[in-house]
Design a protein around this ligand. Structure first.
Ligand code: NAP
Length: 375
């Protein structure tokens, strides 16, 4: 019987993309790969994938195109540039963006694809690096069950569950809802571990105990052990989580709603970024609660935060008059000496920016969440 498997192009073979593409390859689909840094696709090429020299070359002739890159800007350039995926793919191709990106951009791409006889939809995933390696990710599609039918078997090579949320952009909106839940869970995990440590409890036993009840979370279950062991290697990078929380906060702002849990998480992750933690795994939020030695051991530098903080808002990003870019590309107004970086009322940056009143920094400063009251 002739091989009827669709030909597949996969762009973006990083932490998530490489194992996902590996499952597609293992299932027998002819696969062409492209990644900005070629070495990250080397393992796939050694296993039988074809290397392409450019995104356009990768997608030419492909029945299905997957992208799994970093940021909305990467997605936009890949799809909409003059020699991008929309222009270079063949009519009838199905284009699926797995990146966690902007709902509005997903709608734009789907609209542009429709007028050029391609089908495009957003399909971010959840389940982390472990889920990508195991092939058990949850797919979150901005498509209907019917839209998905031609690629269901392909998606099933790397997913355990597929949720269809209907129109373009809805997959991204649903994924951002997931990230909002995760943001508060990460703060919950970090708070609980810091509290247990201060109370002199065994952290592993405390984690196991919490996991038996309604205080349990995927964060505590999957990332708790890494946080306790001081393993900061990324499964999910801090800089990507900041991007996700920023996207969710921007959506919320447009709808004029507050997300206090996500606001707090944003403040903490922005601080982690400012002291050099962008490339660490998200479990590194727990370093903010520890003595300065822990930060130094992780390659972080609190003085970067302090100096930037004294210069202005402390967000670690450049900003001009009257506004700044502290949130991964979204602009937030701020007034004199204080700003509204986290969308909520009353989030000024005084001493001890993350946890409100009374958390000053002692001599030889350290993480702002350590719980010492201002002297
Ligand atoms: P990653 O390791 O940084 O992988 C992204 C890859 O895309 C990198 O290898 C990067 O190339 C490549 N890339 C970026 N722009 C490109 C372009 N224009 N052309 C070609 N390649 C390009 O990140 P990741 O952890 O796999 O995450 C990817 C996306 O999935 C992010 O949006 C993230 O938020 C989301 N996500 C991550 C997880 C997780 O647990 N890691 C879970 C769910 C969703 P370079 O190698 O040159 O940087």
């Amino acid at each position: 019987m002739a091989d009827t498997k669709q030909s597949v192009a996969f762009i973006g073979t990083g932490i998530m993309g490489a194992p996902i593409a590996g499952h597609i390859l293992d299932a027998g689909y002819p696969l062409t790969v492209y990644n900005r840094t070629a070495s990250k696709a080397q393992g796939l090429v050694e296993r039988g994938a074809t290397w392409a020299e450019s995104p356009a070359e990768a997608v030419r002739g492909a029945d299905v195109v997957f992208t799994m890159v970093g940021y909305p800007e990467d997605v936009e350039e890949l799809y909409l540039a003059g020699d991008g995926i929309l222009a270079a793919s063949k009519p009838g191709a199905i284009l699926i963006d797995l990146t966690t990106s902007s709902p509005a951009l997903a709608r734009d791409i789907a609209g542009a694809a429709a007028v050029s006889e391609r089908t495009a939809f957003d399909c971010p995933v959840t389940g982390g690096e472990a889920g990508a390696i195991a092939g058990t990710l949850t797919a979150i599609a901005g498509a209907t069950e019917r839209d998905l039918e031609p690629v269901r078997a392909l998606l099933e090579t790397f997913t355990g569950k597929i949720f269809c949320f209907g129109g373009a952009g809805k997959g991204q909106s649903a994924k951002l809802a997931n990230q909002v839940a995760l943001a508060a869970s990460m703060v919950g995990m970090a708070d609980a571990l810091a509290f247990a440590q201060q109370e002199g409890l065994d952290l592993n036993a405390t984690r196991e105990m919490i996991l038996t009840g309604t205080g349990a979370s995927g964060a505590l279950e999957q990332l708790g052990p890494k946080a306790i062991d001081g393993d900061w290697k990324p499964g999910f990078k801090v800089r990507h989580f900041i991007k996700d929380i920023s996207l969710a906060l921007a959506e919320a702002e447009e709808r004029d709603i507050a997300l206090p849990g996500a606001d707090v998480a944003f403040t903490l992750y922005d601080m982690l970024d400012a002291i050099g933690g962008a490339e660490l795994g998200t479990q590194a939020i727990t370093i903010l609660y520890q003595e300065e030695e822990a930060a130094i051991a992780a390659g972080l530098d609190w003085s970067r935060y302090t100096s930037e903080h004294e210069d202005g808002c402390g967000c670690g990003h450049d900003h001009g008059e009257g506004e700044h870019e502290c949130c991964g590309g979204h602009h937030h107004d701020h007034g004199d000496g204080d700003h509204e970086c986290c969308h909520g009322e009353g989030h000024g940056h005084g001493e001890g920016c993350c946890h409100g009143e009374g958390h000053g920094h002692g001599e030889g400063g350290h993480g702002c969440c350590h719980g010492h009251h201002g002297e």
